[in-house]
Design a protein around this ligand. Structure first.
Ligand SMILES: [Zn+2]
Length: 296
């Protein structure tokens, strides 16, 4: 990075300047997983979006993790057309909430043009907030929904690889692609996902020297046309940001930082990674191009 790369445009007003530790990459970036419906953004959501834009994060996919957050995601998209898109789904933590009426509501949401994927859905045997059988049921119903609506799946998996793969494999022929979001697993899991045909979402987990160091090696195995970048904000604030933001909250303006760490690990210029990951996101989720120079 040079000094010019991190200087916001002259037109940027104070509010639009990224936080001090955010960087700017010239090629536009897309944050494919941001929990922007989370209440930690209630007080300053527009400023968060403006800082993302100033940092070169031109479009974002708002993660739906419950019926309520999926609904809110669509309304946020309506306020920021062309900039925000969303997913509709129920996180495995909330698997018991996926009643037939909620499933019908998700089905109706997937008809909205702003909804680009079904999820996040999957299995989480780490926290075990919902019984395994309920998680498996909810996962299957959402994979069926994705097949019906013809949109890709946004997948969450933790400590449940075998069951997850067994269910996903069964449904895969009817699906039109998907992403293993927030990949934190090992080489064997990565190879399984790549072999199946999934894209891989990398978050600031890779910036965590305690538990994410293995990803520095593993990201080299991901073909450029399968690698996606996401913050998963407000969670997973990159641990190596300097100076450390006073709030512990993560936000999309930090995506260039994650891109820089991933590019360095892969031994490629960050601009090249930004370009290919943005192209990959556009192709998988069918995100329309935006003339980001005209973004207010
Ligand atoms: Zn997740």
């Amino acid at each position: 990075m040079t000094e010019n790369d991190i200087t916001p445009t002259a037109q940027a007003v104070c509010l639009r300047q990224p936080p001090p530790s955010a960087q700017r990459i010239v090629a536009p970036l897309i944050d494919i997983g941001i929990n922007l419906a989370h209440d930690s953004y209630d007080a300053d959501r527009d400023a968060v979006i403006a800082r993302a834009t100033a940092a070169g994060v031109v479009q974002m996919i708002v993660t739906g993790s419950s019926a309520a957050s999926s609904r809110l995601g669509v309304s946020l998209c309506r306020q920021h057309p062309g900039r925000l898109f969303a997913t509709a789904g129920v996180h495995p933590h909330h698997a018991t909430e996926l009643t037939s009426s909620v499933l019908a509501e998700l089905g109706a949401l997937t008809a909205e043009p702003q909804i680009l994927a079904v999820g996040e859905c999957g299995l989480d045997y780490y926290r075990n907030y919902a019984p395994h059988t309920a998680q498996q049921e909810a996962f299957q119903r959402q994979l069926e929904l994705a097949a019906r609506c013809g949109k890709p799946v946004f997948l969450h998996q933790r400590e449940s690889h075998e069951d997850f793969m067994a269910i996903l494999r069964e449904h895969w022929p009817a699906l039109c692609g998907g992403v293993a979001h927030c990949f934190t697993g090992g080489a064997a899991e990565l190879d399984c996902y790549l072999e199946l045909g999934l894209a891989i979402g990398i978050t600031g987990w890779i910036c965590d020297e305690r538990r994410g160091a293995h990803l520095l090696e593993l990201v080299r195995r991901i073909p450029a046309d399968r690698l996606l970048l996401e913050t998963d904000g407000p969670y997973l604030l990159p641990r190596d940001l300097t100076p450390k933001p006073s709030a512990r909250r993560n936000e999309p303006a930090y995506l260039p930082h994650i891109a820089t760490v991933v590019a360095r690990a892969r031994g490629e210029p960050v601009e090249a990674l930004a370009r290919t990951s943005t192209e990959t996101a556009r192709r998988l989720f069918r995100i329309p191009e935006i003339d980001f120079r005209s973004v207010p």
